[in-house]
Structures are given as C-alpha cells and as structure tokens.
Write a protein that binds this ligand. Structure first.
Ligand SMILES: Cc1cc2nc3c(=O)[nH]c(=O)nc-3n(C[C@H](O)[C@H](O)[C@H](O)COP(=O)(O)OP(=O)(O)OC[C@H]3O[C@@H](n4cnc5c(N)ncnc54)[C@H](O)[C@@H]3O)c2cc1C
Length: 472
C-alpha cells in the first residue's frame, strides 16, 4: 500500500557495496545492464530504483495498491484479529473521491518513513502506541538543507563530488552563499545537488521570513519564499560550477497534473529510533469463555473460544477434549497458562480466560525504524538491511507459530538483528560476502556486530552459498 500515485521522488542516493550486491541479486542488471559497471553509477535516482523494485515485486506476485493511505486498525473476525483501514483514491483523475477500505493481514510492515505512522498507532484505547521511539541523539537542534535537480543537456559532464566546510574552508568562505556541506551527483535525468545551509543564511537571502522559527514551522510554506530558494539554489550551482543552464528539472506531474521545479528545503537533524523492530500485536479484545461450560461436557470451543478439537481426540465427557488453536492463532489471555497453540486440554484451561486469537506481527523497516543522518548516506542502505531483517523476523514468527516453539523468543532475535544493523556501514562487499550475510541472517548465526568479511569468501571471486553450482 502506498499513498503516492507515482514515482515522484527525485533524490539521488549513494548506495553501499552491500546494497549494490543486493540490487544485482534481485535482477537490477537485467533491467539496467550498466548498473554498477562504472563507479559513478553507485549513485542511483530513487525513482529509478523504486520503479525497478516495483517491477520485480510484480513478477513475484505482489499486489500493490497505490493511492491508498493507511489510517488505522479496526477489530475484525469477532475480535480475534485486526484489519487495517485505508483511504484509497480509486481514480487518480478524480482525487477528491475517496473510498474507505479494509485490508486483512497476517503481518504488517511499517515502511511509512520517519513518522512511523503504523508503529505509532494506538489500536485500542488504553493499548498505547504499538512501538514508541526516542531521539537517536542528544543533539535535537534544527539544521536545514536544500535539494534541487537541474535539467540535463548535451555535453553537460561534470565530476561528481562531496565537499564539507571543515576540509575546504578557504573554498567555502570565498562563496557568496554560505553552506556547510555540498554533494553533487549526476543521475540519468538530472544534476542533483544537496547543500546544508543555516537559518541565518536563508533569511539573509530572503528565503526564510523568520529565522527564529524551528523545525516544521521554519520549513513551512508560510515561512519560505520558494522563488528566493530557487535563486539561492541557482547561485550555488553557479558558484560550484554545477551544470544548470537549462534551469530546474521539472518534477511531477502531481495529482492535479502539474509539473514544478525540483527544489525543496528540509530539516535533517531531528532523528528518531524506534524502541523495537518487531512486536506481536495485542488482539483487539480478549474473548471470554462461555458461562455454561464445565469440564466434563465442555467442547474445546466452549472452554477456549476459537479453539478446535485436535484430530483423533474426542471432546466432552469421556474424552476431556484435546484442543488446539488453528495455524496463525495462538492462546492469548491474562493467565500464564494462555501460551502456545497446540496440545491443551479442556480441564486445564477452562475458566482461565484464554482464547485463540490471531498472531499478527508488526515489523518496522527503513526510516520508520531509524531516521538516518543523510550526510552519512546511511538511509536507504540501512533500509535494505532492515527489510532483510524484517523478512526473517516474520519468517521466525511464522515458524514459531507452526511448530508451537514456546521457547523461541522472536522479539529477542529481532532485537539482536536491530542492534547489529545499527552498526552497518559502507564496507566492501563481494557477491559471496553478500550471500553469506543473507544466509547467516536467515540461519540466525549472525555475530553481535556488523561484519561482512568471512573466511567462507577468501577471494572477491569466491562462490557464495547460493551459487547454482552448490545445489547441483
Ligand atoms: C535530501 C535527502 C538526501 C538523502 N540522501 C541519501 C543518500 O545519499 N543515501 C541514502 O542512503 N539515503 C539518503 N537519504 C535518506 C533516504 O531518502 C531515506 O532513508 C529513505 O528514503 C527511507 O526510505 P523509507 O522507505 O524508509 O521511507 P520513505 O522514503 O520516507 O518512504 C515512505 C513512503 O511511505 C508512504 N506513506 C507515508 N505514510 C503513508 C500512509 N499512511 N499510508 C500509505 N503510505 C504512506 C510515503 O508516501 C512514502 O512513499 C536522503 C534523504 C534526504 C531527505
């Protein structure tokens, strides 16, 4: 489910060796043969990667709903599970018409970006936010940067660069627009610039009306003069010799069919980290067992609502029914006895307030889990690592349910993966190392800190654990 209706992101990202291997393993080179051939292709436009990954997802049978905005949860199935609700635009040409839709799910993944819209939902009064967050660093002041894209034209070559004030003071001081860091990447469609800029500088150039505001109030349309911002961006391009003679790249079209110059101002230091990357959702409401039931005659369903009789066992008077929850459900309830899924007897659980309810994991990925410090280029790369972890967390939750492995602590496994992921960096990564890492994550044999090098891959050309030859 995606609220947007098109690939409208115009940023260009630097990707790590691990991410590059991941994209190649997913088939990106089949669509973009030049990907990863030249070192400067290790920057990728977001929209291009989104489009490629969408195609791969469609081939794998993923159903994608665009123009649908998640709004919350609603109890379903006699309070045994949650459904997700969303506002969906059925016809992009008519964005004012919105249908409210309900989506059933077994697991839900929060990939809504730094606001963490799903994980911060309070599904029922008194349940609290599903997963809370805390500031990722003690520094919570505001810092601003602008991004812009200039149109490409024939013969517009310029080497890509990243520079910061502390390593080139004289060069920065000689410029009219005072900036702190500047990054220039050339994408297939545009010349992409990102530069950090102080509130005072923005006010001095007429971009910000009030430099004393902070955060969202500072970057709001009421405080920012877009034309002045475009002038500043153009001056920066001029001063740093970034090709811009054909003006700004036109982004869009938006839902009204309009194109607009690609320039934006944003705040980038208020970073949050989620308190957890995984949790089982508490069911909507505990289902109480029926009053009339007693141990001699009760059926499984009467003793433990939603439970069923195990095959080959009789319920009621002579059999003292042996019961289970169906797959995808487990026992919930206040008593310590309300755990697991299989093998419980009527007389053990009668009157204990247990019921079988849906196991619905919430997993968190990307910025919703950890807002990145973009100058470090950690954002989308950790997004890839968290997506892999989230997949394995969901697989573990499924395995624990099917096998009724009561001692398998999926939340602890997820937490270990989260801690390790926070160390991830741009270190070198061969195809073999990438495959070994994925193999280890899946097998649960990862170490405490991030490391891609392994004795299993002595050479850059070593075969990885998933190479076809290993399966022959
Ligand atoms: C200026 C800038 C430069 C950056 N440069 C780099 C870089 O060089 N390298 C790098 O690795 N990272 C970089 N980043 C960070 C990177 O862009 C993010 O880390 C990355 O986009 C996070 O991906 P995400 O999918 O978690 O979240 P997002 O990209 O924020 O995507 C969230 C999606 O969820 C959708 N959504 C939100 N709410 C709802 C809802 N209620 N229902 C349905 N859909 C919803 C949104 O429409 C959006 O498409 C940069 C970020 C910025 C701002």
């Amino acid at each position: 489910m995606e609220a947007r209706e098109g690939f409208t992101r115009m940023n260009v990202m630097h990707i790590w060796a691990f991410t590059k291997q991941d994209l190649i393993s997913l088939g990106l080179k089949n669509m973009w043969p030049q990907f990863g051939v030249h070192s400067d292709k290790e920057t990728v436009p977001i929209a291009l990667v989104q489009q490629a990954l969408t195609r791969i997802a469609l081939i794998l049978g993923v159903k994608i709903r665009i123009g649908c905005r998640y709004t919350g949860f609603k109890a379903a199935g006699d309070n045994a599970r949650w459904s997700a609700t969303a506002d969906c635009v059925p016809d992009a040409q008519n964005p004012a018409t919105i249908d409210q839709e309900t989506f059933e799910f077994d697991s839900i993944v929060d990939g809504t970006g730094k606001r963490g819209i799903v994980r911060t939902t309070e599904p029922a009064i008194g349940q609290g936010q599903l997963i809370t967050s805390r500031p990722a660093s003690s520094w919570q002041g505001s810092n601003y940067a602008f991004t812009c894209n200039f149109a490409r034209f024939k013969g517009d070559h310029r080497d890509q660069f990243t520079k910061s004030f502390q390593f080139a003071m004289a060069e920065f001081q000689a410029k009219k627009v005072k900036i702190g860091v500047i990054v220039y990447f050339r994408s297939l469609v545009a010349h992409y610039v990102i530069a950090t800029v102080g509130a005072d500088t923005l006010q001095e150039h007429g971009v910000a009306k009030d430099a004393t505001l902070s955060g969202d109030a500072f970057t709001s349309g009421a405080n920012i003069n877009k034309t002045a911002l475009m002038n500043v961006a153009t001056m920066v391009a001029e001063e740093w010799e970034i090709p811009h003679k054909d003006g700004f790249f036109e982004e869009g079209p938006d839902s009204k069919g309009n194109l607009r110059p690609s320039v934006a101002l944003f705040e980038f230091t208020k970073m949050q980290t989620a308190e957890a990357s995984f949790r089982l959702m508490e069911p909507p409401a505990m289902v109480q067992e029926l009053d009339s039931a007693d141990a001699d005659s009760a059926t499984c369903e009467q003793a433990v609502p939603n439970s069923v009789q195990r095959e080959g066992w009789f319920a009621g008077a002579s059999g003292n029914g042996k019961c289970k929850c169906n797959r995808g459900m487990q026992l919930f309830g206040e008593s310590d006895l309300c755990i697991g899924r299989k093998k419980f007897k009527v007389d053990e659980l009668l009157g204990k307030g247990c019921s079988c309810q849906a196991v619905q994991p919430l997993v968190v990925v990307g910025d919703s889990m950890l807002t990145p410090f973009w100058p470090a280029g950690t954002g989308i790369n950790r997004g890839f690592a968290t997506a892999l972890d989230a997949t394995v967390n969901m697989i573990n939750a499924f395995e624990a349910n099917v096998a009724d492995t009561r001692d398998m602590d999926v939340a602890k496994l997820a937490s270990d993966r989260f801690i390790r992921m926070k160390d991830s960096d741009s270190s070198a990564c061969s195809r073999c190392e990438h495959q070994s890492y994925i193999n280890d994550v899946y097998a649960g044999t990862i170490g405490k800190s991030w490391s891609l090098s392994t004795p299993k891959c002595p050479k850059v050309t070593s075969k990885g654990p998933f190479e076809a030859s290993r399966f022959r």
